[in-house]
Design a protein around this ligand. Sequence first.
Ligand SMILES: Cc1cc2nc3c(=O)[nH]c(=O)nc-3n(C[C@H](O)[C@H](O)[C@H](O)COP(=O)(O)O)c2cc1C
Length: 155
Amino acid sequence: MNVTIVYDSIFGNTAKVAQAVAERLGSENHVRLATVQEAKGVELSDTDLLIIGSPTRGFQPTPQIQEYLAELVRFPNGMVAAVFDTRLDLETVQPAPLRWVIEVGGYADQRMVAALQSHGIEVRGDPGAFLVSGNEGPLKAGEIERAHGWADTLV
Ligand SMILES: Cc1cc2nc3c(=O)[nH]c(=O)nc-3n(C[C@H](O)[C@H](O)[C@H](O)COP(=O)(O)O)c2cc1C
């Protein structure tokens, strides 16, 4: 299977998850890993599975990922997609009422799924959601292993 992973990352945490997914799938698939900046030049014509990863910022994917999704109009028939985001570990958010605001606001995964579906692209599996402690991370312990497990659900 040909897999293309497109991600954005400001502080490096989403990049680590993307790399973990790429490593896991890379043993049995042909995997291309591209930042969203690089992805504009990446042809999807041979892609079977497109994976998109973004930090959640202001309840949304980054503007660059939103733009990539909005412009995703040329893709092969039969290509499926999957998404993951990174987001705050609510247990580390203070003061506690702010947790409610973050939860109610929603996360990048839902927005990415909606954008893909608006193009008629089938979304495979459940979105991945990986937790960071504080805005700049690091990833919560065990999240790289969870990313490996999530990757296994996609193929
Ligand atoms: C401006 C800003 C807005 C953010 N908004 C949210 C949010 O709405 N929900 C959330 O769970 N995390 C939010 N975060 C935390 C980010 O999800 C976290 O910085 C990101 O997962 C780190 O990924 P990266 O290292 O790949 O940039 C925000 C962080 C920043 C800096």
